[in-house]
Design a binder for this molecule. Structure first.
Ligand code: CO
Ligand code: ZN
Length: 333
């Protein structure tokens, strides 16, 4: 899974431009799928049908988003410096000094207008991208060009660091889960969604098309295990998290019970998650059509939305184990 994660995180894919990521996933899932389609918003929908003779198979949608946060060029000045705005949750404190890459391969570094108080982090509208141009006419970037962080994948023992761990870890976990499920009594839809970072847009459209009974997002969650971090109980390396609440969703208690009882029976470590900021694809799945029983399995992640997001490999492996256990058996609610 590490090699796959390296490939996925080193691939370019800001919201609305997930094509490169989709290509990699497609190659992995082709031999494992019963049906594959791409919907109008670009989500990749991979179906694994129930084993022959299964009674009342449940339609279950799993979702992991392919897109990552990014930036978009909004203005180019006389000297060829590129001003930009955010695509999703791109924050000043994580953007300053970053290297970025545009879709056409142009790279740049992010500089800033000196603030009055140098200790203050400037917001992104006080930053610019230096792509090495000296005047507007030579700037290889046009207004509307998308870019994302440029950063290579790195391993520190079990701790893995890369850009776009949010949510390529979810993507890798879903691919590995599909690989590990030998047979299922359920009708499974593994959905690799688009445009999550700009307001969970792809997942809603995909859920409408699939009309699932149960929906589960697989995405990262913040941790409370660093100095002066948020007051949450989730930690790296302590297992996948069962989501109870985030600001966009209350998990269905039946889904929460299903996840916890399965983890306990299979002796897989898990954590109880209440997230204070952010949400996931499950938010849109839950309120699609007449409503869906929804929840989320979250992967603990430090420094979310920076170019160096950190996860623990053991959490990824245990996430695959838990999902495999959940999806391989008859759902009893
Ligand atoms: Co995110
Ligand atoms: Zn995410």
């Amino acid at each position: 899974m590490k090699q796959l994660l390296k490939t996925l995180t080193e691939t370019f894919g800001p919201s609305g431009h997930e094509g490169e990521v989709r290509k990699i996933i497609l190659k992995e899932v082709k031999p494992l799928a019963d049906e594959i389609r791409v919907d109008a918003l670009g989500s990749l929908i991979v179906r694994k049908k129930p084993a022959r003779g299964s009674k009342n198979p449940r339609r279950i949608m799993l979702a992991a988003h392919m897109d990552e946060i990014g930036i978009i060029a909004s203005h180019i000045d006389k000297k060829g410096f590129v001003r930009f705005t955010n695509v999703g949750g791109t924050f000043g404190r994580y953007t300053l000094g970053a290297r970025i890459r545009f879709m056409n391969g142009v790279t740049g570094v992010i500089g800033y207008d000196l603030p009055e108080h140098v200790e203050n982090v400037p917001p992104i509208n006080k930053m610019y991208i230096d792509v090495g141009a000296t005047k507007k006419e030579d700037c290889p970037v046009k207004v509307g060009d998308f870019a994302a962080f440029e950063r290579s994948y790195m391993e520190m023992g079990d701790r893995l660091v890369a850009k776009s761990m949010d949510d390529r870890t979810g993507v890798a976990v879903l691919i590995e889960t599909l690989r590990s499920i030998k047979s299922t009594p359920n009708d499974l839809y593994f959905v690799f969604t688009t445009q999550e970072e700009v307001g969970v847009r792809g997942a809603g459209a995909a859920a409408y098309g699939i009309d699932p009974e149960i929906g589960l997002a697989v995405d990262v969650t913040a941790t409370g295990d660093t100095p002066a971090s948020m007051k949450v109980m989730t930690e790296l390396g302590k297992g996948p998290c069962v989501k109870f609440r985030d600001p966009g969703m209350l998990s269905d208690p039946r889904v929460v019970d299903w996840m916890i009882s399965t983890a306990e029976k299979a002796r897989i470590p898990y954590q109880r998650e209440v997230l204070l900021i952010g949400s996931t694809d499950a938010r849109e799945i839950q309120i699609s059509r007449a409503g869906v029983m929804a929840g989320a399995l979250s992967i603990p992640c430090r420094y979310v939305h920076s170019a160096s997001e950190m996860v623990d490999y053991r959490d990824l492996k245990n996430s695959v184990k838990l999902l495999t256990a959940l999806l391989s058996k008859v759902v009893s609610f």
